[in-house]
Structures are given as structure tokens and as C-alpha cells.
Ligand binder design. Structure first.
Ligand code: ADP
Ligand code: MG
Length: 309
């Protein structure tokens, strides 16, 4: 697949009028994402335009999260935040030509990602997550549909639309609402009425969502989604997550998981957030730390490219 040329200079003054629409990429609860091309340079971007304007710019936590989390190769890059006709923010993002990990699973027709390539996905997500947390941000909506992929084999954390800033201007620790996010990826404590957490709890919420994501990528479907694909009601889901045993790769006879992968997922899916693994511990886990880096990278890249042909 042809790569988009690099942006010639970082200080290119981007204006909405310089961006021509190429095609629709996706939409969610917060806005619509379009592939656009910069008329002057031909550079392609993903333009994410919110449906609504914020009452004031300082309230745009998505822009603030993207700004704080800039600089990691594992976080989607935001080149500029522009203003739409009605004052709604429009984020000029690097274009990821293979879509999301959710799209990738769809293109694999329900087959999961083998452990060798999955180790590389996990490593990159964890490195991205460590960076995001180190900048005082909790993502709070990690899932395959919010992890972006390109044909070079990069995986990047995207969609900071419900992310929360954990440290204020004077570096004070904030308590943030953690009841946001997609229900299938919520940890048990996030179902509490009006659930709030300080930085440690918000970060632990991301670790649970990451664990569900890894299991989904391995299985080819979300562990909280029955084989018939019919979404459980919110009440049923809350019951399964809060009252049931956490899901494990061992529950699925159809795919054999290594003991290391089982241990890795179990470390993420601890119902008590204080017992859940930290991102640093997961980075040191054999699945990630002892993977054969070259082989894992090659396997992941090949898997992505195969689905694009
Ligand atoms: N940088 C990007 N490159 C390619 N596609 C993207 C990019 N950002 C978003 N998308 C597509 O748009 C969809 C919605 O974007 P997202 O940021 O997740 O918004 P929402 O908050 O509406 O969920 C994604 O699921 C993906 O398909
Ligand atoms: Mg999204």
C-alpha cells in the first residue's frame, strides 16, 4: 500500500480551507472522521470534527489530552486543533491507513490474533499507555475500536474523547468520573453509581479495559459478547462483570492460550483495582519483555498487510 508522504514541515500553517475531503472514515458518539488531503502538499490526514462546540476552549479536554500526550510513537499524533464553522473543534490527526484494531478483527472474519503478533500489539499499547499516564491523563475508553493501525505495523492509542486530566495546573491530584466509556470494557468499580477515582484508580480502570481488549484480540470477539453476537443489556453486562468470575482465555476451548497469556490477562482482570497489575508490571511480564521482538514485529506487520490485500 502506498504510504502517505510525511508532512514537509511541522510548522505548516493548517487551515480547514486547505483540506479537501477524500472519504468518510468513521463516526462515533462525539463526532465524524473524514480522510482529507492537504491541497498544498498532498499530505493525508484524518480530520475529526466534533458535533458540538465547547462553551470555551479550555473545556476541550480531548484537545488538552492530545496536547499532553504528544510525542509518543504509540499515541496518534494531532497536528492541529482547528475550529469548524460553528466553533466546533476539528482535530487534524495523522492518518492511520489500516483503521482500527476492531476493523482488523472484522477483516479477519472473527479469527483472533495469534500470540506472537499479539505480544507486539500488547507491548505497543502498554508503551503508549505508560506515556499517556505519565502525562497525567487517563484514557478511559481503551478498546479495539479506539486503537489505530497502519500498514507499517504501528499501533497507536486514539480517541481521547472521554479522557480525563488527572493533575491540575498546580499539579493537584483530581478525582475524575470513571463511569464514562463503553460498558463492555468497564471494570467492576466503574459500575458504582457516580463512580469517581483519583489518578491511581483511573489508571487501574485503563488496565482492566486493556485486559479485556487483549482477550478480545486473542479470541476474535469481545469476551462479554455471546457467540451469537447479540449485545447483552446493560443490566446483564453489569451482572457478568461485577458478580461473575473475570473472563480468561482458558474458558475458550476453541483456542489454546499459553500459560503466560492466561497469567497476563488474569493480572489485568483483577476485580479489586488495588490488586490489578500496574502498566510497569505488565511491561515486565514475560509475554512482553521476553517476546522475540523482531519475530513479533514481523508477524504483526504481515498480519495487518494480509488483511489489506
Ligand atoms: N487517525 C485516524 N486515522 C484513520 N481513521 C481514524 C482515525 N481516527 C479515527 N478514525 C476512524 O474514525 C472512527 C471514529 O473515531 P474516534 O476518534 O474513535 O471517534 P469517536 O469519539 O466518535 O468514537 C474510528 O473508529 C476510526 O474508524
Ligand atoms: Mg471511538
Amino acid at each position: 500500500m502506498k504510504q502517505a508522504p510525511a508532512l514537509p514541515a511541522d510548522d505548516v500553517d493548517l487551515r480547514l480551507s486547505d483540506l479537501e475531503q477524500v472519504c468518510h472514515l468513521g463516526e462515533g458518539t462525539c463526532g465524524v472522521v473524514t480522510k482529507v488531503r492537504h491541497r498544498g502538499t498532498g499530505t493525508e490526514f484524518a480530520l475529526k470534527t466534533s458535533y458540538y462546540a465547547h462553551p470555551n476552549r479550555a473545556m476541550d479536554e480531548e484537545a488538552e489530552a492530545l496536547r499532553r500526550c504528544a510525542g509518543s510513537p504509540h499515541v496518534v499524533r494531532c497536528h492541529a486543533v482547528l475550529s469548524g464553522a460553528g466553533g466546533e473543534p476539528a482535530y487534524v490527526l495523522e492518518f492511520m491507513d489500516a483503521g482500527t484494531l476492531g476493523d482488523l478483527l472484522g477483516r479477519r472474519g472473527g479469527r483472533g490474533i495469534p500470540e506472537c503478533a499479539l505480544a507486539e500489539v500488547a507491548a505497543r499499547c502498554l508503551q503508549g499507555l505508560a506515556h499517556v499516564h505519565s502525562r497525567g491523563v487517563a484514557h478511559l475508553d481503551l478498546r479495539p475500536d479506539n486503537l489505530l493501525v497502519n500498514s507499517r505495523g504501528d499501533i497507536k492509542i486514539g480517541d481521547f474523547s472521554v479522557s480525563r486530566i488527572l493533575h491540575g495546573r498546580a499539579d493537584e491530584r483530581r478525582k475524575v468520573s470513571i463511569s464514562v466509556g463503553s460498558p463492555m470494557y468497564l471494570s467492576p468499580e466503574r459500575f458504582e453509581p457516580d463512580a469517581h477515582a483519583g489518578p491511581r484508580g483511573a489508571i487501574a480502570a485503563d488496565v482492566w479495559a486493556f485486559g479485556v481488549t487483549v482477550l478480545e484480540l486473542f479470541l476474535g470477539r469481545c469476551p462479554f459478547l455471546p457467540p451469537d453476537g447479540v449485545r447483552p443489556s446493560y443490566v446483564k453486562l453489569r451482572q457478568a462483570i461485577c458478580d461473575g468470575e473475570p473472563p480468561s482465555p482458558a474458558d475458550y476451548a476453541c483456542v489454546a492460550a499459553s500459560p503466560e497469556l492466561r497469567g497476563f490477562v488474569a493480572a489485568c482482570l483483577q476485580k479489586d483495582p488495588r490488586r490489578r497489575a500496574t502498566v510497569a508490571q505488565l511491561l515486565a511480564h514475560p509475554i512482553v519483555a521476553q517476546r522475540h521482538v523482531e519475530e513479533s514485529r514481523r508477524a504483526l506487520r504481515q498480519l495487518i498487510v494480509d488483511t489489506l490485500e
